[in-house]
Design a protein around this ligand. Sequence first.
Ligand SMILES: Cc1cc2nc3c(=O)[nH]c(=O)nc-3n(C[C@H](O)[C@H](O)[C@H](O)COP(=O)(O)OP(=O)(O)OC[C@H]3O[C@@H](n4cnc5c(N)ncnc54)[C@H](O)[C@@H]3O)c2cc1C
Ligand code: SF4
Length: 328
Amino acid sequence: MKAFAYVNPTSEREAVAALKTDGIAMLLGGGQDLLARMKDYIDSPDRVVNVKGLDATVTATPDGGLKIGSAVKIISLFEHAQVAKLYPAVVHAAGEVGTPQIRHQGTVGGNVNQRPRCWYYRNEEFVCYKKGGSRCFAVNGENQYHAIFGNDGPSHIVHPSSLAVPFVAYGAKFRVLGPNGEREIAAADFFTMPTLQNVLKENVLEDEDILTHVILPAPGNVKSGHYEVRYKQSHDWPLAFTTVVLTMNGTTISSARVVLGAVAPIPWRSRAAEAALVGKPLNEQTAAAAGEAAVTEAKPMSGNAYKVQIAKTAVKRAIMQAAGLKTA
Ligand SMILES: Cc1cc2nc3c(=O)[nH]c(=O)nc-3n(C[C@H](O)[C@H](O)[C@H](O)COP(=O)(O)OP(=O)(O)OC[C@H]3O[C@@H](n4cnc5c(N)ncnc54)[C@H](O)[C@@H]3O)c2cc1C
Ligand code: SF4
């Protein structure tokens, strides 16, 4: 690992100021992703700015929602009674991240901003688009864990954050602080599909920006469900998963958000599944129809067509969970 300067700011503003340098500065949350990348020579920052000392609280907002500091640990989110009451899918997602050690170390800001797990990206030998190269090794290579939606390229990653998916589904906003002040960005607009111009990043953050908070609106009269499928249940990343948030009018679904994870370069909102739900009763038949609809636009790669069935099942079971029906 290359030698680096370490900065321990005491405020958000100090943290932003510390990112201004002639060299490369990077933020450190729990460090599980950043330090691994540094040890593998994927990133070699000149300065590491610790943001674990920033806001690590969950507070109520005036509109009945919650504001989550980016330094909140994943385990704290998982154990938070008010988060469980208002946003059960967030707690469910937090509880399935990695292992207890990972949940105790990882932060909300680090989880949302963690870099792709694509094995070509994680290997210093492969200089792909995401590392400034001019090809994607997954296209003709080992792509069994890559995207099945949004596969126009140039990169075919799946976004690695489990928390991002329920955040998008519940309509969260992300508060960002940069040199020109603060701004709020809808979670759905935070993550970016890869293009040749922006392929080095997965979101709209500029080099001197920090994600400071996730702001969840009051959920209203909704039912939500969250279902993840893994190869090994113990500590794998999911193969596909879904959060659904359904607004109910009596027993009828009046509006729906269906967001899939581990299937696309961003948390993937399925408008087709949502259309299949609106105006329908919440039951197993509706859930199955939405699962079918969700995968109509899937374009798997050479080695990951098996994920289509898994994504379909994850959508169906998340909806059944929202309905309080047994999923297995
Ligand atoms: C075996 C294993 C299984 C795992 N399974 C899952 C899983 O199922 N789901 C899942 O989501 N994750 C999973 N992970 C990943 C793990 O959850 C992440 O590595 C962890 O959440 C990263 O959090 P951190 O605080 O340690 O991040 P860090 O390593 O500190 O930071 C990650 C990145 O985010 C940037 N960053 C940190 N904080 C901020 C901020 N406030 N604003 C802007 N940028 C910031 C850093 O610069 C860095 O680039 C798994 C990891 C392992 C090893
Ligand atoms: S999928 Fe993305 S990260 Fe992986 S090799 Fe292709 S360009 Fe690189």
